[in-house]
Every structure is written in structure tokens, then in C-alpha cells.
Design a protein around this ligand. Structure first.
Ligand SMILES: Cc1cc2nc3c(=O)[nH]c(=O)nc-3n(C[C@H](O)[C@H](O)[C@H](O)COP(=O)(O)OP(=O)(O)OC[C@H]3O[C@@H](n4cnc5c(N)ncnc54)[C@H](O)[C@@H]3O)c2cc1C
Length: 455
């Protein structure tokens, strides 16, 4: 009996490597990706060919981007590729997809989730003002449309993406008014350890910071009590030791995995203390706790693009092995060793760019936490006091936090931090919002496609 095709969700580095690995073994996967063109976040492509070269778009990562784009192009005719298609629900063996405003289903045998990450933020005064973007959002505007989010932009937050996006803006000719790093300068001493582990990563980051500095961009470290100012739209950023006028800001405090689809399939989760986040439980080969469900890339754990490629290939090899197909054991071990080395480097980066969890206590009651349902920090604190809430789903039930269009993708991390602080519990004890379909907003009046399945 013919088996159904395996499904890969996401065509970033993890999904592309996974697809290539399955094709090489003679399988024909279905690859569903929300983006218009394959490449994922880091190797995202412009919507229209606007003449920018790979070097202009991807800097030092241009050769990798070009190779991966070419690798996916070479799979044409050997995979069923569904671009601009969102998997909004997953059940055992069946995916619900929205494609160009039409509902489509895909039956599958085995699924590899390579759904990547999104920005992690804490609510701050003024963060919902027009002009305030996430760091990732600011970068997407630049990569896909070649446009800046403002005339004069400040970049605020923590993590390697902070310096990368500021540098990309500068290089594209935009005015960068300041970089406000929430980590103290002393935290950067951890990068010395990183030199021994992966000098290339450390030197690349140092180059971004140095170029920003040389081009006159002020870099401030240990920035506290940040607020975005303005009435109709933002006009500046203020912090405890200064202020800067600007009309836009890119803001982010690291990344969080997009793992709601694994939740819908019943996969177990584990709490990662270093990342202060729940991630899908997986073995060292990419298997989740549910048979036939594999996870890879930043959607499984934040580890960067190189790790995503390795993990995508590893999870695909595991899928093949579980189907009884021959797999090169030496290659698997090699991938596992390289992933372990990258994970050690992640420890360094997390120490150099720590998440400012202590900010939570200072969030003013009037600050919006859940922008979809307009729930403020004061509402969260009142719910805790009034109903004795100690768990995140209960907080959702009594406050409506995370009940809106984004399903908590933007507010859940901040709400969990607030709940932990308000109840005096460790962050891992407050739980996580259960995934619900649709995992992302759907268009109203969804049509039904004629074709019901790709298989
Ligand atoms: C906005 C943003 C910008 C980033 N920029 C950089 C950068 O410049 N440099 C860097 O080193 N790292 C960057 N990162 C980190 C980056 O995510 C990883 O290094 C790398 O891209 C991870 O690869 P991946 O394959 O795991 O996921 P991704 O590259 O994120 O690819 C996941 C793909 O899955 C798709 N997807 C997700 N959910 C669904 C769904 N439900 N249905 C269909 N498709 C879905 C997404 O649209 C995406 O195309 C960025 C992260 C973010 C969030």
C-alpha cells in the first residue's frame, strides 16, 4: 500500500534542509510555507526583484542564502510546494491550510515542524504606539520591501538581532538615532568565552557594534525603565538616563519559538530555564513525544540558522529511519555533535544578552499587556489579587489575556513573567497558554478549495 506523503511546515533553513534530505531518499514531501518565497526569516527574499544583490540583503550570510535558495529551487518537481499557505490547524494525519484566502486540507503521513521563531517582548509604556515595531518586523520591512520603518529610528532591546538590524538599517542608508542595549556592558565579557567556541559569531557582532559606533551612532548599555513617548504616534524613547527623539523604534528581547502546532498535536513540552520558555520535548534526533511528529530549527529551540539547517537534516533522517529506510549513522552522529557545539555557544550568547526579567515589577498599571483584548498590567495584577490566579490559562479565563487575534503570540511571554512576579512563583511554575486553532488570524469568509488533499 502506498504511504501518504510526509508534510514539512516551514521553508526556512530547517524546512529546506529537511525537504532536500527526504527527496534524496526518494520521498516527495509536501512543503507548506506562509511566506511568498522559501528562505525563512534569515534568508527572506524581497517581494519583487528590486535589484538588491544577495550581499546587500544578507551581508556575510549571502553565500549561505544563495546556496539554500538554489537548493530549494533544485527541488522543484520533486516536492509539492505550497507557498503563501498557512497551516492554521493540525490534527493527526491532517492539516488545515489557508491558501490565497481558500481553505485547503492536506493528509499526511509524518510531519516535520520547522516553523521558526518570532520576537519576544515585554510590555512597556507606549509600546503599542504607531511607529514601534519589533526588531524582526523592522527587518522584514527592510528585506521584503526595501523600506525603513521610519526616518530616524532607535533600536532597543537585547540579543544579537539588536545590533544586526541596527547595522542593516545603517548600511541601507537609514538614520539610526541610537542603539539602547538593555544588558550591561559587563555582560559582554561573556563573549570572550565565545571567542574560543565560535570566534566568527563574536567577531561579526563586534564588527556591527564597531561600525555603528564609527558612524556616530550612540550605543547605550544597561538601559532601564524604557518608555516610548508620543500621543498619536511615537516621537521619542526615554529611559532612566536619557532620551532620544525619533519617529520609529525596533524593539525586541530575543526570540521565542513558534510551537503552537506541536501543541495541537498533543506533543509534550518541557520548560527551558535558560530561555525562560516552554519548548517541545524532543530526543536528540528530533522526535517529539508523539509518534510521527518531528521538530527542527528555531521552532524547537532557539539556536540560529546554522543549527536550523543541521536540525532539519537530522529530523528528516530520523523520519526516514522510523519508516525503515536506510540512514547514514555516521552522518547522524556528525550532525548531533555539531548541534551540541552550537548549543554551548548559545549559552554564551544568552549570558551576553540576558533577558531583563526584573523589568516586570516596574511595569506601570496603565501599560497595555494584551493589545488585542486591551488588557493592562493593572488588570493582570487585579485578576491575581481578586481571583487568586496562579496559572496562565486561568489568567486568560478571568482577564481575556491572550484570547484575541494573536492568540497570545505577542503577550503570553510578558503575561507569564507578570504572573510569576505577582505570585512570587518561578516563571516555570505558571504554565503556558494551551495552543488553540487557528494558530494565526484567518481571513473572514474563508472559501473552500476544490482540491481537498495533496496526497
Ligand atoms: C523576524 C526574524 C528575523 C530574523 N533575522 C535573522 C537574521 O537576519 N540573522 C540571523 O542569524 N537570524 C535571524 N533570525 C533568527 C532566525 O529565525 C533563525 O536563525 C533561522 O531563520 C531559523 O530557521 P528555521 O528554519 O528554524 O525557521 P525560519 O527561518 O523562521 O522559517 C520558518 C518558516 O516557517 C513558516 N511558518 C511558520 N509557521 C507556519 C505555519 N503555521 N504555516 C506555514 N508556514 C509557517 C514561516 O513563515 C517561515 O518561513 C530572525 C528571526 C526572526 C523571527
Amino acid at each position: 500500500m502506498n504511504r501518504l506523503q510526509p508534510l514539512i511546515v516551514g521553508a526556512g533553513p530547517a524546512g529546506i534542509r529537511a525537504a532536500a534530505t527526504l527527496v534524496q531518499a526518494g520521498l516527495r514531501p509536501v512543503v507548506v510555507d506562509e511566506a511568498k518565497a522559501a528562505g525563512g526569516q534569515i534568508y527572506r527574499r524581497p517581494w519583487l526583484d528590486d535589484g538588491r544583490s544577495a550581499a546587500a540583503l544578507y551581508g556575510s550570510e549571502a553565500p549561505k542564502a544563495t546556496r539554500l535558495h538554489a537548493e530549494f529551487a533544485a527541488l522543484a518537481g520533486q516536492v509539492d510546494y505550497w507557498p503563501q499557505s498557512l497551516v492554521w490547524n493540525l490534527r493527526a494525519g491532517q492539516a488545515d491550510v489557508v491558501q490565497e484566502g481558500r481553505h485547503r486540507q492536506c493528509a499526511f503521513d509524518g510531519v516535520l515542524l520547522a516553523t521558526g521563531a518570532t520576537d519576544r517582548v515585554l510590555p512597556l509604556p507606549g509600546w503599542t504606539l504607531p511607529g514601534v515595531f519589533t526588531l524582526g518586523g523592522a527587518q522584514i520591512a527592510l528585506k521584503t520591501q526595501g523600506c525603513a520603518i521610519g526616518r530616524r529610528t532607535v533600536f532597543v532591546g537585547s540579543g544579537p538581532l539588536l545590533y544586526l538590524v541596527a547595522w542593516q538599517y545603517l548600511r541601507a542608508g537609514a538614520e539610526v538615532a541610537a542603539v539602547l542595549d538593555t544588558a550591561p556592558l559587563t555582560a559582554k565579557a561573556h563573549l570572550l568565552r565565545g571567542l574560543a567556541r565560535d570566534a566568527r559569531v563574536v567577531l561579526r557582532g563586534a564588527r556591527y557594534a564597531a561600525e555603528l559606533r564609527l558612524r556616530g551612532v550612540p550605543l547605550h548599555f544597561g538601559v532601564q525603565q524604557v518608555q516610548f513617548e508620543g500621543t498619536d504616534r511615537m516621537t521619542g524613547v526615554r529611559w532612566s538616563k536619557g532620551a532620544v527623539a525619533c519617529d520609529a523604534a525596533g524593539y525586541g528581547l530575543g526570540l521565542r519559538s513558534e510551537n503552537q502546532l506541536a501543541d495541537l498535536l498533543g506533543c509534550q513540552f518541557v520548560f527551558d530555564r535558560r530561555d525562560r520558555a516552554w519548548r517541545v520535548q524532543r530526543d536528540d534526533s528530533g522526535r517529539s513525544s508523539v509518534a510521527g511528529v518531528y521538530v527542527a530549527g528555531d521552532g524547537a529551540a532557539i539556536a540560529g540558522a546554522d543549527a536550523a539547517e543541521l536540525a532539519g537534516e537530522l529530523a528528516a533522517l530520523t523520519l526516514l529511519a522510523d519508516r525503515g529506510l536506510p540512514v547514514d549513522a555516521a552522518r547522524k552522529s556528525h550532525l548531533q555533535r555539531r548541534l551540541a557545539a552550537i548549543a554551548r555557544m548559545r549559552d554564551v550568547l544568552e549570558a551576553a544578552f540576558p533577558f531583563p526579567a526584573h523589568w516586570v515589577d516596574a511595569i506601570a498599571d496603565s501599560t497595555a499587556v494584551c493589545r488585542c483584548e486591551e488588557v493592562s498590567a493593572g488588570d493582570v495584577r487585579e485578576a491575581v489579587q481578586r481571583f487568586g490566579v496562579t496559572e496562565l490559562n486561568r489568567l486568560k479565563a478571568v482577564s481575556r489575556i491572550g484570547m484575541g487575534r494573536c492568540q497570545g503570540r505577542m503577550c503570553a511571554a510578558g503575561a507569564a513573567e507578570m504572573l510569576a512576579a505577582a505570585t512570587g512563583q518561578p516563571i516555570g511554575a505558571v504554565g503556558r497558554l494551551r495552543g488553540q486553532a487557528p494558530v494565526k488570524p484567518l481571513p473572514m469568509g474563508l472559501g473552500v478549495a476544490d482540491e481537498e488533499s495533496a496526497a
